[in-house]
Design a protein around this ligand. Structure first.
Ligand code: 5GP
Ligand code: MN
Length: 337
């Protein structure tokens, strides 16, 4: 497309959308509640504005978020995507909740097959580590969730939210604020949440579906995980580790959902930083870090090429479990006051 576009804000997006009919929406790997709620909500908003919109993801949506799905999302390799004709190709792609293009995983390698040549890229995100990629950038690290930026787009397009879209966007705020408990919880996200309830979102139902229906095996496994807790730095750093063999004992089918376990590492007295380390491959570990406010964990994971927010960040680290733990704990020690 050879048009001059203003590059910032939802107004720029509105202008760009005027000349397109088919919109592709993508988000980060292992989509969390904000990713899922925001892309589904955005798809509904764009459809209400008369566009064709599709979501393509690298990974499946965790079962606890599946109640939010009003229409299936697509995955790389879906027959529907491999049979796209020239007239079906998407004319613009919107990245949501992804701090870098690479965060969308395998979707990135397939974009060229899904998009018309020169299709603009839109970057809607709230990560402080966002590298401002794309032709239109709607990045606001002050917002607690990407869904609040999606709400701005709806406003700009004059789309009224249905109760279904309101549920999706509410779930996004609820999960990215840790049920309105993380330090990113502010008057803006609470106002946005109130507006969504006004539009028909059901906070209690959403919270129940996401938080109160985990399989009993999860809690039995959690018992073992809690006993792996170790404290460092005079009890200010907490580490929990999840060995792969343990997970395989409880969830041999690989359906283990570890989101939220890290929260237990910052729920005791004196803790400043919580670390949850889980094995994802041979010599490959993924770490989730959480801060109670004095330490910026996003700065800590920079040492491991990770990303995230001041109070919640993640990274991948290679080595043995002991090496990985030691490297991260040592890095945390450099930042503790
Ligand atoms: P979690 O610890 O729950 O996986 O992630 C916490 C936050 O950090 C989320 O906002 C997530 O998107 C971000 N994050 C986690 N891992 C990575 C990573 O490897 N790279 C980047 N850029 N962000 C990450
Ligand atoms: Mn988010």
């Amino acid at each position: 497309m050879n048009v001059m576009l203003p590059t910032e804000g939802s107004e720029a997006l509105k202008e760009a959308l005027e000349s397109v009919d088919r919109i592709l929406i993508v988000t980060h790997v292992s989509p969390d509640g904000d990713a899922v709620g925001s892309v589904l909500g955005l798809r509904g908003i764009l459809e209400a504005a008369g566009k064709r919109a599709e979501v393509v993801m690298a990974d499946d949506i965790a079962s606890k978020y599946q109640f939010l799905i009003d229409r299936p999302v697509l995955h790389v390799g879906d027959p529907l995507l491999s049979s796209l004709t020239e007239e079906d190709l998407f004319q613009i792609v919107i990245f949501v909740d992804a701090s870098e293009r690479e965060r969308v995983g395998s979707v990135l390698d397939h974009l060229h097959m899904l998009l018309v040549e020169g299709a603009p890229e839109v970057n809607i995100d709230h990560h402080i580590s966002n590298n401002r990629f794309g032709d239109i950038v709607i990045v606001d690290p002050e917002r607690a969730s990407s869904s609040e930026l999606v709400m701005r787009v709806a406003q700009e397009l004059g789309v009224e939210l249905t109760s279904g879209i309101a549920d999706q966007l509410f779930a996004a705020i609820l999960t990215d604020t840790g049920r309105f408990q993380y330090i990113n919880t502010d008057e803006h996200c609470l106002r946005a949440a109130a507006a969504l309830v006004e539009a028909g979102a059901d906070p209690s139902r959403i919270a129940q579906r996401i938080y109160l229906e985990r399989p009993v095996l999860f809690y039995q496994l959690l018992g073992h995980l809690l006993s792996t807790i170790e404290l460092y730095h005079d009890g200010r750093t907490c580490v929990m580790t999840m060995p792969r063999e343990l997970v395989a004992n409880f969830f041999p089918d690989g359906s283990m959902d570890s989101e939220g376990i890290v929260d237990f590492t910052v729920q005791m007295e004196n803790i400043e930083v919580g670390i949850f380390i889980r094995q994802t491959g041979e010599g490959v570990y993924r770490a989730s870090l959480r801060s109670r406010g004095t330490v910026d964990v996003q700065r800590i994971v920079e040492a491991f090429s990770g990303g995230g927010h001041e109070s919640a960040a993640g990274c991948e680290v290679l080595g043995s479990q002991e090496e990985v733990k030691e490297r991260i704990v040592t890095e945390v020690g450099k930042w503790l006051p």
